[in-house]
Ligand binder design. Sequence first.
Ligand SMILES: C[S@@+](CC[C@H](N)C(=O)[O-])C[C@H]1O[C@@H](n2cnc3c(N)ncnc32)[C@H](O)[C@@H]1O
Length: 128
Amino acid sequence: MSLIEAWDRQQELYIGGREARFDALLSTVEWHSELAGTKSPTVVDLCCGPAAIGERLARRLPGSRYIGVDIDPVLLELARQVTASFAPGRADLVDSDVADPAWLASTPIGRVDVVCSSTGLGMTPNRV
Ligand SMILES: C[S@@+](CC[C@H](N)C(=O)[O-])C[C@H]1O[C@@H](n2cnc3c(N)ncnc32)[C@H](O)[C@@H]1O
C-alpha cells in the first residue's frame, strides 16, 4: 500500500464516506464551473494535506488549476509528489498558516473560483 493510500485509509477513520464526500464536493465544483462557463476553474484547498482533493480534481476536471495550502512540511512534500504529475501550471502549493488572518494578504493567489477543504483538523494558531 502506498503512503497516500494509507493516508486515505486513516482519514476515513475521522469521517466516514470520504470518497462519497469528495465526489459530492467535485460535483459541486463541476456544477459551479458549468454555471460560470469555465472548464478551468481555480480551486483552493485549505489544509490540503497530501493534495487528496487535488489528485481527484485533476482526474475529474483536467483543465482546472489547483492551489493547496498547508502548514505541515511533510504533508506539503507528499502533496508535491502527488501534484508533480499534473500538467504544467496546473498546481501550486502554498506553505501558510490559514489560522493567521494575514496569510491571504501575504500569498499571491490571484483570482479564485472555489475554496474547499476536507478534514481541516488541528488548525493551530501558531506554527509548530
Ligand atoms: C486531517 S489533515 C486533512 C488533509 C487533507 N485535507 C485530506 O483530507 O487528506 C489536516 C491538515 O490540516 C493542516 N493544517 C492544520 N492546521 C493548519 C493551519 N493552521 N494552516 C494550514 N494547514 C493546517 C495539517 O497540516 C493537515 O495537513
